[in-house]
Design a protein around this ligand. Sequence first.
Ligand SMILES: N[C@@H](CCC(=O)N[C@@H](CS)C(=O)NCC(=O)O)C(=O)O
Length: 200
Amino acid sequence: MILRSSPASPFGRKVKIAAHVLGLMDQIEVVVANTLDPEDVIRKQNPLGKIPALILKDGTTLYDSRVIVEYLDHLAGGGKIIPASTKERFDTLTLQALADGVMDAALLQVYETRFRDEDKREPKWLEHQSGKVTRGLDALEAHVPHLSPMPTIGAITVACALGYLDLRFGETWRQGRPRLTAWLEDFAARYPAYAATVPH
Ligand SMILES: N[C@@H](CCC(=O)N[C@@H](CS)C(=O)NCC(=O)O)C(=O)O
């Protein structure tokens, strides 16, 4: 299988960590995509031009990250990082949605600086997005995710969101959030896949 991603993509990292912990990484070749390049075949593989996308052996392409991790979990036998039982399943999927939302809001702030000249940037829009990040982090600080021998997709996505904030915004998210800070250290210590996929 081929994974189209980039070294900095938090959504791509989510898929990579999922593949690592499920023991599937050796079946995946990562081919770097440049979403800004109109010639990059990613726009044919995924009409949205977004990464990650996973190309299966029969040529089928899966996107987005939520669909890909669902597929990987299925391939690994099911119920591994996306629990089968109702309460755990929907708790972890909701946690994934929260952390995905933090990543989306962080990315939109980065894109505002990437796509707009400084005098055209909209502070109200940036504030609207950073509010989502702040509230998401505060909710996570209040209820840090449970860590088990096999991490859930919720916990994996939270770790990727925090790693992306580290990469693009520095360590300020840690201020006033001691539990979440310790949680990320614990996650990194438990799962070598986190260090193996550090964004750059
Ligand atoms: N919901 C999507 C989000 C993917 C996403 O936003 N990927 C970013 C890179 S991390 C991207 O491809 N951006 C390029 C674009 O929006 O054109 C997923 O879970 O895969």
